[in-house]
Design a protein around this ligand. Sequence first.
Ligand SMILES: O=C(O)CCC(=O)C(=O)O
Length: 271
Amino acid sequence: MTANINATVADYTRDGFVFPITIMSEAKAREYRNQLETLEAKDSLEYPVKRCLRRYPNLVLPFVDEISRRPEITDIVAEILGPDLLVLDAPFFIKEANTPNFVSWHQDLHYWGLEGEQEVTAWVALSPATAQSGCMKFVAGSHTTQLEHRDTFEEENLLSRGQEIAVEVDESDAVDGVLKAGQMSLHHGRVIHGSNPNITNDRRIGIAIRYISTRTSQAPGGNMAAMLVRGEDRFGHFRSCRRPAGVMMPADLIYWDEIANARNSVMMGTS
Ligand SMILES: O=C(O)CCC(=O)C(=O)O
């Protein structure tokens, strides 16, 4: 492990998050953003790009699968979780320019249907994430305690159930996770985090890649699938996802529906 990766992992272990980590050039991030926006322009009922962005876009969009396998990300994640990595999901979190959407204070592990905490989210910025555009905010050291949550189902909340921590979070305890396009943050599923609305004239675009160790198992009743992106899976706790055959291919879209529904039922607490 290089001294740099060593320091990154030490910060992550202490605080429950670490940023910024440059994983590609701004030009490469722009290229990915262009691919995304070309596809979004074609969104329709038969070609449901926007729906697919919120769950497992890596099953239907090869460029997302490619990002999730970039060694600049997985080599660091492997230092935290070990060499065998699955991607449980890779949802886009997009806040349009000057919109009220926000993310309430929450802890991911509260509603993910996993046993244990062998997971890390790599949040990859494809446009600048700043305090003004609604970057993520983290509370350092909060990953050691699981707190009670309540569902709000607020319309402007980007979380599926509008989950929020049931106790007051002191805003002054939080750190802004400012990122340039092409950088990422890593966060632990128990660290308290959230984000404010985007008050800039540009979109804030991030992909939250949910890495888990192949050792991680599902809570009883779970039937989720995950994509092997590094090493090998010697445990088989998750159904194994297949890689996309092309961009939004009809057979992949049928497959996507089945896989996304299994995860939705866990996330919505109906499984
Ligand atoms: O993109 C955001 O603002 C929030 C993302 C988030 O909550 C997460 O990745 O767990």
